[in-house]
Design a binder for this molecule. Structure first.
Ligand SMILES: [Cu+2]
Length: 140
């Protein structure tokens, strides 16, 4: 009796896992990015809140760069420095020739987020942009 109950619960768990796995693999938003000295292309992109984002990053420059998303309501001001590091929501670094695909989860709070490269002087040279987070579409 107890054994049956256990295997039933186990079965339900497996089913739930299988279902959520399907959902995730089908709903990741893909964004292609090219990073050069000194620009992000595109420098503005829109995703839905809380969505899994697959970033295909192509490094097409000669210098080390990084891709930083600032926390909601913050920006780096005139330049990105030590005091801004606590306001980083997400970041990934890229060496020249180091193109990669990375996954991150979009912020839950809809709004506009600053993106930038945190290497000294790069933001001022044009490596700055916007991530626009929209509300999740209503579930039917
Ligand atoms: Cu840079």
């Amino acid at each position: 009796m107890i054994r049956n109950k256990k295997s039933f619960v186990f079965l339900i768990l497996i089913l739930a896992l299988a279902l959520s796995a399907c959902e995730n693999s089908g709903s990741s938003t893909k964004v292609d990015f090219t990073i050069t000295d000194f620009a992000f292309a595109p420098n503005e992109f829109t995703v839905a809140a809380g969505k899994e984002i697959t970033l295909n990053l192509t490094h097409d420059g000669t210098m080390e760069h990084n891709f930083i998303v600032m926390k909601y309501g913050t920006d780096a001001g005139e330049m990105f420095d030590e005091t801004d590091k606590g306001n980083v929501f997400w970041e990934v670094g890229l060496q020249p020739g180091d193109s990669k695909t990375v996954v991150f989860t979009a912020p839950e709070q809809p709004g506009t987020y600053q993106i930038l490269c945190g290497m000294p002087g790069h933001m001022q040279s044009g490596m700055i942009g916007k991530l626009v987070v929209t509300e999740q579409p209503q579930q039917k």
